[in-house]
Design a protein around this ligand. Sequence first.
Ligand SMILES: Cc1cc2nc3c(=O)[nH]c(=O)nc-3n(C[C@H](O)[C@H](O)[C@H](O)COP(=O)(O)O)c2cc1C
Length: 184
Amino acid sequence: MQIRIVAISGSLRAGSLNTVLLRAASVIAPTGMSLELYDEIDRLPFFNPDLDGDEVPPAVESFRAELRGAHGLLISSPEYAHGVPGVMKNALDWLVGSTLGEIVDKPVALVNASPIATHAQASLIETLRMMSARVVADVRLTTSLKSKAYDETSLRSEPDVVRALSAAFAALESAISPENEQTA
Ligand SMILES: Cc1cc2nc3c(=O)[nH]c(=O)nc-3n(C[C@H](O)[C@H](O)[C@H](O)COP(=O)(O)O)c2cc1C
């Protein structure tokens, strides 16, 4: 069975460490797991329940379809003012009212490029659990990546990165077994 994981970064910054961490993850994902970065959360409109009916904006439908086709999620998000970035929370809000339950019971692994972003990570976990997602990993890097200019190639040879991503992959793999496969 090929495990399909959708990765979402909570940062829109061109040089985002969280995004580059997910790009590195897509390269070192274990055999049997494919990881695709969904990098269009900035195209989602601001969540408005009035727009969340039988028909939803095309960007929302495409986001939901991506998640429906995934066995699990890998999220890496920065912290802004001790909270989850608005763009990340906005994306999650678009999943709450969906009748197709894109995230319900789905394994979600959280990684974080920052060792100190504890408030946002805790808030993200609370929101995901409230949405009935299964948070299977909460892994932060132990050292800051800010001292060097990393790209996805240099990043994936950092032992701390390999450790964190390996823990996330292992948690996703063990949560996604053929018996509880949930792909649409
Ligand atoms: C407006 C703003 C607020 C921030 N607030 C926090 C914060 O409360 N806690 C924290 O740990 N980092 C905070 N940071 C630092 C970012 O989380 C950090 O730079 C992170 O690496 C950004 O992620 P990125 O590299 O993926 O864009 C803040 C950064 C900005 C620009």
